[in-house]
Ligand binder design. Structure first.
Ligand SMILES: [Ca+2]
Ligand SMILES: [Ca+2]
Length: 242
């Protein structure tokens, strides 16, 4: 019996009992392909295993008909028509699509890809806002993790401010507040929040927070959270596969 055969035999002896003890951890969450939910019945949670794909269709702002440039102060109708899978509706109506890869002087290059978006809360309260179309609704009672990156600029508005995330049934209203993030003036800040959906919703919405501030945002993600494999169990399994 050569050494490879001995290693294989030892591997089987150690791995098989572990598979009996942790079968779903070994072959369930770790290896199952992401679930795709098409035409789900409203109000019903998906029966498939937890998906790992981003539910937001254009969370990176890369899908647009606009050429690479610094597109400042777009109307809601124009932005909705030209930036895919997003409905813009904020009263300020002056979103900025910065999609030439540079950040357009006021921000650093996009956190991801060639494009980022900037939203403003004006001095007297009008705000930019929009809602992302999702590949699947989020379902009441299911746990999700949402994340994005943001960066502030105070050249025209004095405060750092915040960016708020909501869940909505309507692409033209913010819906229910879920969480918010705040950035800084020098780099992208990562904001992440895990939550149980309070109701079944079709849109993840974004608006400028209450302060007079201008923020760029990029790389939004929304994933159904999976039950994590205990680090101890995973390290044990990996040690036997090495
Ligand atoms: Ca991007
Ligand atoms: Ca603007």
């Amino acid at each position: 019996m050569n050494s490879k055969t001995i290693q294989l035999c030892l591997g089987i002896v150690f791995i098989c009992p572990l598979l009996l003890i942790f079968p779903t951890q070994a072959f369930g969450e770790l290896t199952a392909p992401p679930a795709v939910v098409s035409n789900p019945t409203p109000g019903q949670a998906p029966s498939a295993v937890a998906g790992l794909d981003n539910l937001i269709l254009n969370g990176d702002f890369e899908f647009t008909t606009l050429p690479p440039d610094c597109h400042f102060n777009l109307s809601n109708a124009f932005a909705t028509e030209n930036i895919s899978n997003i409905t813009f509706w904020g009263e300020a109506a002056e979103v900025d699509l910065l999609n030439n890869g540079t950040g357009c002087t006021y921000f650093i290059p996009p956190q991801s890809g060639m494009a980022s978006l900037a939203i403003h809360r004006q001095e007297f309260g009008l705000q930019d806002a929009f809602c992302f179309e999702l590949a699947s609704p989020v379902f009441e009672g299911v746990t999700y993790t949402a994340s994005f990156y943001l960066m502030a600029n105070t050249e025209f508005s004095p405060l750092i401010g915040s960016v708020e995330i909501g869940l909505s049934l309507d692409p033209t209203s913010f819906g229910t507040f879920i969480f918010s993030g705040s950035g800084n003036l020098t780099d992208w800040t990562y904001a992440e929040y895990t939550f149980v959906a309070p109701f079944t919703a079709n849109y993840l919405c974004v608006q400028a927070g209450p302060d007079w501030a201008w923020n760029s945002v990029d790389n939004f993600s929304l994933d159904q959270a999976t039950v994590p494999v205990s680090a101890t169990h995973w390290e044990t399994l990996k040690s036997y596969y090495r």
